[in-house]
Write a protein that binds this ligand. Structure first.
Ligand code: 5GP
Length: 108
């Protein structure tokens, strides 16, 4: 994929744009949001650049489940006792970056 076709988050995954990376494995990357709306604001991003929840297919079940299971672990590693999650979907759903991501937000 050429650089122009890549999503912002693919560029971060490929280290073409810097980001504060909190966690990474073969399925996803977790970064700090550049414009945090809580003391802890992480973005959990699949390495596969699925634009929105509308484009999910059954083959994405494992990856999406994997990211859900990561959420409480990430929250605990950040010292949170509770947290909010959000997935903005589509322009009218407030989505700005068209590469699925889960917001994890919490205050200590
Ligand atoms: P959305 O509105 O698509 O659900 O959320 C996109 C999020 O990505 C926003 O909270 C925004 O602050 C964050 N964001 C946008 N550009 C960058 C960037 O270059 N680096 C990081 N770390 N976060 C970004």
């Amino acid at each position: 994929m050429s650089t122009e076709d890549k999503t912002l988050f693919c560029k971060i995954i490929d280290r073409e744009i810097p980001a504060d990376i909190v966690y990474e494995d073969d399925k996803c990357i977790v970064i700090k949001d550049i414009n945090p709306k809580a003391k802890v604001h992480l973005l959990i991003i699949p390495k596969k650049p699925i634009p929105t929840l509308f484009e999910l297919t059954p083959e994405d079940k494992d990856c999406m489940g994997h990211m859900m299971l990561l959420l409480p672990q990430l929250a605990q590693s950040q010292g949170l006792e509770g947290f909010k999650t959000q997935i903005n979907t589509g322009e009218s759903g407030g989505q700005e970056v068209f590469h699925i991501h889960i917001h994890l937000m919490g205050n200590k």
